[in-house]
Design a protein around this ligand. Structure first.
Ligand code: HEM
Length: 141
């Protein structure tokens, strides 16, 4: 019973986390179109900061915590599918940290990537999520 509640909580926060990971680069695309130092620029910086603080960081922490508790209590740490999942989730977490850094750089007025590159990058969490869900549900190895 506790296992099911933990799993439900895990999936709920996975959804919040993924939603944030999809939204933030979209915000960056619009943000970059605002001239440096403009009021619009400041509004986008504020929006991105709130998304990171209210949705993204808490969801990352809760998803990891519940996922690790589930993995530990169910004894999944020795299984191949769980290793692949962990590797991909570490990748997603690194992407999350990179996005947080890009947000700070944008606030300083740096525009490191083109809008097209940012849109392309948005495919990354989608592909990772598809493989992660396949791992936990199908458990191919
Ligand atoms: C952050 C680190 C994560 C850890 C340590 C972790 C670990 C786990 C564990 C141990 C389970 C229980 C599997 C079972 O008993 O059936 C689980 C379930 C699940 N996880 Fe994660 N997970 C993490 C992140 C994610 C992410 C990012 C996604 C999706 C993109 C995801 C999607 C799911 C789904 C859909 C289930 C339910 C599977 C089922 O009941 O059939 N998890 N996770």
């Amino acid at each position: 019973m506790t296992y099911l509640w933990l799993k439900a909580g895990h999936i709920i926060f996975v959804i919040f986390w993924m939603a944030g990971l999809f939204m933030l680069p979209r915000y960056f695309v619009y943000h970059q179109e605002a001239p440096e130092g403009s009021p619009e620029n400041a509004v986008w910086t504020d929006r991105e900061g709130k998304l990171l603080k209210i949705i993204l960081w808490p969801s990352l922490v809760i998803t990891w915590t519940l996922g690790l508790i589930l993995g530990w209590t169910q004894g999944y740490f020795g299984q191949g599918w769980f290793h692949v999942k962990l590797a991909l989730v570490l990748g997603l977490s690194a992407y999350h940290v990179w996005l947080a850094g890009y947000h700070k750089a944008l606030a300083r007025g740096e525009r490191r990537l083109s809008g097209k590159r940012l849109r392309l990058l948005n495919e990354v969490p989608g592909i990772a999520a598809a493989v992660i869900v396949t791992m936990v549900v199908v458990r191919p190895f």
